[in-house]
Design a protein around this ligand. Structure first.
Ligand code: GLU
Length: 297
């Protein structure tokens, strides 16, 4: 049977893989493989100041230990600048992207607070003063409600203009923003289903807005619960999450399946990575995570 499902895992190489990212990797892999789909890995090494040399290879090596291998050559965002530039041109040509000269300070001084910090007050929407220079490029939002149905989290609605504001697609440091790059790459790789952590739920309406402006097909979304510590903080490099334990991959993989509420049988511990993944693909049931946004790891 020819499969039309194309999923992906898109880590940022800002450090070694930690438990939270392994959960997203395994979840996206199982959802894809249980539907006889292709699973691709994309290295989101776009934010070069945050990337750590060697981290991309280290992540790929770790994924390999867990039997998670990309079905196609790994795409690197650092090599995709011309594609992002073309998308920005398209937005500029249709008049929905505009240059912005505001500094972070100026914005926070005059902004209302939205769901992710200050909402851009629209200062440069009608042009920048002649004595000022453009720093970044923003995309226009409007008063419409952007809505989608997430496979686990249900209906998600956002009014981008008041909750987020016109957002940056090319940053003041010259780098393209994650929101633009991810949309361009998901379309370039014909991704049909995006499975990732619920920490990105708030970003999805911005990505859908960009897909519409660029005339791209929106993929289906499934946001998995994120792993949090005792304080309810997402496990990440910032919260000093430790790298995943690769010395006992079977044990670690079973922990991930437990976390994903797949109820792995005890006997799986006697197998190897291959047998654990086979069981997990056959028995994968994402509905066990319905409505769950975070789980204590
Ligand atoms: N690179 C992003 C991250 O590691 C994930 C992007 C995505 O899955 O859309 O948080």
């Amino acid at each position: 049977m020819l499969s039309t499902y194309r999923g992906r895992f898109a880590p940022s190489p800002t450090g070694p893989l930690h438990f939270g990212s392994l959960v997203a990797a395994v979840g996206s892999y199982l959802e894809s493989k249980s539907k006889s789909g292709n699973w691709l890995v994309r290295m989101e090494d776009l934010d070069t100041p945050r990337c750590i040399p060697g981290a991309a290879d280290d992540i790929l090596h770790t994924l390999d230990i867990f039997g998670l291998r990309s079905d196609e050559p790994v795409m690197y965002q650092s090599q995709r600048t011309p594609a992002y530039a073309a998308a920005l041109r398209q937005l500029q040509n249709s008049g929905v992207a505009y240059p912005c000269c505001c500094t972070r300070r100026e914005i926070s001084d005059s902004a209302l607070h939205g769901i992710e910090g200050p909402v851009y007050p629209g200062t440069c929407r009608t042009g920048i003063p002649t004595e000022r220079e453009a720093r970044s490029w923003r995309v226009r939002t409007d008063g419409q409600v952007t809505e989608f149905v997430d496979a686990l989290q249900g209906v998600i609605s956002q009014q981008l203009e008041t909750e987020i504001g016109d957002f940056v697609v090319k940053r003041a440091d010259g780098l393209f923003a994650y929101q633009l790059a991810v949309v361009v790459d998901d379309a370039a790789q014909d991704i049909t289903h995006i499975v990732r952590g619920a920490d990105l739920l708030n970003s999805t309406p911005r990505q859908i807005h960009l897909q519409r402006l660029l005339g791209l097909t929106a993929p289906a979304y499934m946001h998995l619960p994120v792993a949090v510590n005792e304080a309810g903080e997402k496990l990440s490099k910032q919260t000093l999450a430790s790298p995943v334990d690769v010395s006992q991959p079977v044990t670690t993989l079973i922990r991930v399946l437990d976390f994903l509420r797949q109820e792995p049988p005890k006997t799986l511990a006697n197998g190897n990575v291959g047998t654990v993944l086979d069981w997990a693909i056959k028995n994968w049931d994402a509905t066990k995570l319905q409505g769950v946004k975070s789980i204590h790891a």
